[in-house]
Design a protein around this ligand. Sequence first.
Ligand code: PEP
Length: 253
Amino acid sequence: MRKKIVAGNWKMNLNLQEGVALSKQLNEALTADRPHCDVIICTPFIHLATIAGTIDKKLMGLGAENCADKESGAYTGEVSAAMVKSTGAEYVILGHSERRQYYGETPEILKEKVLLALKNGLKVIFCIGESLEEREANRQNEVVKKQLEGSVFNLSAAEFKQITVAYEPIWAIGTGKTATAEQAEEIHAFIRAAIAEHYGKDTADETSILYGGSCKPSNAPELFAKPDIDGGLIGGAALKCADFKGIIDAWKK
Ligand code: PEP
């Protein structure tokens, strides 16, 4: 059975003290009321080492939001996959639309990042998703398939097992506009079929595919009830313990 996952993406929010406070609050909430899914928080680099020391890793995984496309060396300001791993983090988000859009991350750059993350023992949450323009032109399937082909379909089947896919339509991220459960299920099923075509049915059946884009406690149960939606990648609602916990609890319904 593939894993059910709720992962938070804090983006560039919360200073260190606020981040540590939120992670402790979440740790307490999950200790008192055990989740029925895997929970991961992905935080700014600077928070990782401290948060790694405050959370129960059996309750919650920890990840970064990015890593460098180079192994090490003279790349001022960059943070390598090995450095992320050395903090105690186990995951990294790669391919987020904000990285593609604002920082020019191409499929080739992402391919390098994925390889380095896996080489350094990190599991990857790989984001894909179409723009509003692409959705309106009904090109969403073609776009997500190309994103997979460009950055992760080069992996061996064994390597691909370390990948969780996050389908995040750009038009739904931070906009309050959620894909309907039917829209999300349709493209999740397409993504799973594309994985099956490339790696075979067993691998596709084992791959967790998360939905991201204005997911909240009120819409999570309907989304997570769909057969090909294995959880969520959560932005805004991951910044408040009650909201994030509310989404985690959708797996209890
Ligand atoms: C995200 O950016 O990964 C995301 C899903 O954001 P939000 O939940 O705020 O739409």
